[in-house]
Design a protein around this ligand. Structure first.
Ligand code: PD2
Ligand code: ZN
Length: 296
């Protein structure tokens, strides 16, 4: 019996390692699989981004640990229960195993954004009737911005097909005439999805969208939501990516340091007065170049 378990454990490591090898190091972005679904906000879908094994693996990691989802309070930044999001969820620790590392590697390759800037992957399960009301992924409270700065991009991966509903919708997106005709042809979409540019969940597909303009200012048009699931069950996995490292330990207010190697040069160019929010910051949210700006 002991022998059998040794063999089973060894075999599962070999399977995980070989799937991860296939999905990470050999991943090359295939441009013909990527479709731009909106320019305002900037949003793209990668068809078949994840393999079935990767989808099933994340679901099996999540299944036993699901808890009712929380949202961040806009004032305090603290997590709270809310009717805005009625799904259940859990977080998968970064690089938890070779398959998760492989998925994170793929995300970095596709988005050109560093792995360090990403949060842990959040897996969500929506049962019939469950939804995620429209919201922005960037924060408005200072507590959440302090770690890694704003969330700038989101990669939303669909881990299952959904029989009806469950689309991700951008209600304020500007629709190109071509896109509008594509949507009106699609009888498959729920009424909620027809209210904007929508993505129908398909197992393995991934949606990438940007919550900030290229100038790093929040883009309100990135408003988006998860439509109610009308039939079946929806599983998704979200990787939120920040403008700066999410892994870096946030320095204490008393620390007199620069957080960017260019601070001295920027300060000499007058950025401390031109761009005080970034360079100097405020007492509760220190800037990145306080030392060079002689603010401490
Ligand atoms: O699961 C979704 O469709 C969804 C919709 C809106 C997920 C998120 N937002 C998110 O995780 O931020
Ligand atoms: Zn969201």
């Amino acid at each position: 019996m002991v022998r059998f378990w040794h063999y089973a454990v060894l075999l599962s490591f070999v399977v995980i390692a070989s799937v991860a090898r296939e999905s990470s190091s050999s991943f090359i972005v295939n441009p013909s699989k990527v479709k731009q679904i909106s320019w305002k906000p900037r949003a793209f879908v990668y068809e078949g981004f994840l393999t079935d094994e990767e989808c099933n693996h994340m679901i099996s990691l999540a299944k036993s640990e699901l808890k009712r989802s929380y949202v961040a309070d806009n004032e305090s930044g603290k997590s709270k229960l809310s009717e805005v999001r009625t799904s259940s969820g859990m977080f998968i620790r970064k690089a938890k195993d070779p398959i998760v590392s492989g998925i994170e590697e793929k995300i970095a390759t596709w988005t050109f954004l560093p792995k360090d800037n990403g949060e842990d992957i959040q897996v969500l399960r929506y049962e019939e009737g469950q939804k995620y009301e429209s919201h922005h992924d960037y924060f408005v409270d200072k507590v959440n911005i302090a770690r890694g700065g704003h969330r700038m991009a989101t990669v939303l991966m669909y881990l299952t097909d959904v029989a009806k509903g469950g689309e991700t919708v951008f209600p304020d997106a500007e629709q190109s005439p071509r896109r509008r005709s594509m949507i009106s042809d699609d009888d498959d979409l729920s009424d909620c999805a027809k209210r904007g540019v929508a993505v129908k969940p398909r197992k393995g597909d991934a949606l990438l969208f940007f919550s900030l303009h290229p100038t790093a200012i929040p883009d309100p048009i990135s408003l988006h939501g998860g439509c109610p699931v009308l039939e079946g069950e929806k599983w998704s996995a979200t990787k939120w990516i920040h403008v700066d490292s999410f892994d870096k330990i946030v320095g204490s207010v008393g620390n007199c340091t620069d957080s960017n190697e260019n601070c001295e040069r920027w300060a000499a160019l007058g950025e401390c007065t031109k761009n005080p929010e970034y360079m100097v910051g405020a007492p509760d949210l220190p800037g990145y170049c306080r030392k060079s700006c002689k603010k401490c």
